[in-house]
Design a protein around this ligand. Structure first.
Ligand code: NAI
Ligand SMILES: CC(C)[C@@H](O)CC[C@@H](C)[C@H]1CC[C@H]2[C@@H]3[C@H](O)CC4=CC(=O)CC[C@]4(C)[C@H]3CC[C@]12C
Length: 410
């Protein structure tokens, strides 16, 4: 199942369990006070501002939240470098605070551009990537950005002496695998056959492995590089393009969305604000607990309920006027597979003329139809992670965002 391709150059398949972490237990973390909304002004603190952070992909869905969260909750920040292929105009509004915000338009596939951006940074948070499961980019391009781009970031840290690297990996590094094995309330050590074909999970698995293997390498100046990887499940929240696509699809269908996946197929989801918070926290604690956290992977999670992907989306789209038709799929699975395959064929035929990239394709259908939920406290044990936003808060913020979109859609 899934598009042919994957692996280093988009051919064959990448297999084998992703580099996991040695089983280590660490001290339980303390409590973290909450300093107000992410959109609010900068954190005020008496701490000395001396650190330089770089966020690659800082203008993306997750990246923007990481940038805003750092400004809000990292009091030692002197300079925040935001590196992205496409810079957002919103960055300008961030340049009025006590932190120097440096916007850098650059390409992670270009080693010299990455090295120039990394030089002098204390911490790199590497979120830049091609998040494509809809066939928009070629397997080669996905590999070039996600794997070669990550190699460039690692080498830039080594060459310039940056010691701390946090990588935004993904649940997809683990699964769902091509065999459709469910992953039920799993953790970082749960045995699971991580076999992939699709270019996206393959590239994320290779990049994660590179990051974890780089832990301990000597950087310029002779000190060790300290790396770790975060594996968010499906991220939702303000700015989520796929949620936007579902919403507009529902508007086109007269306020209805048609169930394609049984409600019983649960997917873990995580609010973008909590993913951003975990990045800020892990970047801070990695500097203090290198021996414990270096080379580790952490699932990124919160209290968002386990639901099918479509039912979960309706938590936000329902209050905005959409309805999910039927309590069970209208269309038998074999017909869905046929429709997905037809979409893939159409995409291939139309490619010379236009980009046809619907939500339904063989890969998205397979992933949506395979339960994948995590239940772990490793991040809490290792660096005191607790979600910053409750489920209720996350839901309210996301609904407000959809409603604002609704206003613009009328
Ligand atoms: N969206 C999700 O549900 C999940 C995402 N992730 C990971 O989180 C990270 C961010 O994902 P999203 O924010 O959803 O994606 P996004 O597409 O919104 O953001 C990615 C950012 O990277 C930038 N970028 C892409 N190619 C680049 C290049 N060659 N050079 C420099 N910048 C480049 C893009 O311009 C964009 O701003 C990715 O690494 C993704 O694999 C992990 C788990 C779930
Ligand atoms: C058309 C229907 C079959 C519909 O239900 C398809 C939903 C489909 C678009 C999503 C179902 C599961 C999503 C993926 C999952 O959340 C894991 C992910 C992790 C990432 O790192 C990037 C995004 C994604 C691959 C996410 C993409 C959208 C789904 C496949």
């Amino acid at each position: 199942m899934g598009q042919e391709g994957g692996g280093a150059s988009g051919r064959g398949r990448c297999v084998g369990r992703p580099a996991g972490a040695p089983k280590e237990d660490g001290p339980s973390g303390g409590q973290f006070e909450y300093l107000g909304t992410v959109a609010a002004g900068m954190a005020d603190s008496t701490e000395v501002r001396e650190l330089v952070y770089l966020v690659t992909g800082g203008c993306g869905f997750l990246g923007e939240h990481v940038v805003r969260m750092l400004l809000q909750r990292e009091p030692r920040l002197l300079e925040l470098r935001v590196f992205d292929l496409h810079l957002g105009a919103w960055l300008e509004e961030l340049k009025t605070g006590p932190v120097q915000v440096t916007a850098i338009q650059g390409d992670v596939t270009q080693a010299h551009e990455v090295a120039a951006a990394v030089a002098g940074a204390h911490v790199v948070i590497h979120t830049a990537g091609l998040v494509d499961v809809f066939g928009r980019a070629s397997p080669e391009t996905i590999y070039e950005v996600n794997v070669q781009g990550t190699k460039n970031v690692i080498e830039a840290c080594v060459q310039t002496g940056t010691r701390f690297l946090v990588y935004t990996s993904s649940m997809e590094v683990v699964g769902p695998n091509i065999k459709g094995h469910h992953f039920y309330r799993g953790n970082e050590d749960t045995p699971y056959e991580a076999v992939h074909r699709h270019p996206y999970p393959c590239s994320k698995a290779q990049a994660e492995r590179l990051v974890l293997e780089a832990n301990g390498r000597k950087v310029h100046g002779g000190l060790p590089l300290v790396t770790c990887a975060l594996r968010p499940t499906g991220i939702y929240g303000e700015g989520h393009q796929i949620m936007r696509d579902f919403y507009h699809q529902g508007l086109r269908l007269g306020g209805r969305l048609f169930r394609t996946i049984p409600a019983s197929v649960e997917h873990g989801r995580v609010y973008v604000g909590n993913v951003a918070w975990m990045h800020v926290l892990v970047a801070r604690e990695l500097q203090q607990r290198a021996a414990l956290m270096g080379g580790q992977v952490y699932f990124c999670y919160d209290q968002s309920p386990y639901k099918s992907y479509e039912d979960f989306n309706m938590e936000f789209l329902g209050p905005c006027g959409l309805r999910l038709v039927e309590t069970r799929p209208l269309v038998p699975y074999w017909l869905l597979m046929l429709l997905a395959a037809l979409n893939a064929l159409l995409q291939w035929l139309l490619r010379p003329l236009l980009l046809y990239a619907p939500l339904l394709n063989p890969y998205t259908l397979a992933v949506a139809n395979t339960a994948f939920t995590v239940n772990t406290d490793k991040a809490q044990r290792h660096f005191g992670y607790e979600p910053l936003f409750s489920w209720e808060d996350s839901r309210t913020r996301t609904i407000r965002w959809v409603q604002a979109m609704e206003g613009s859609a009328r």
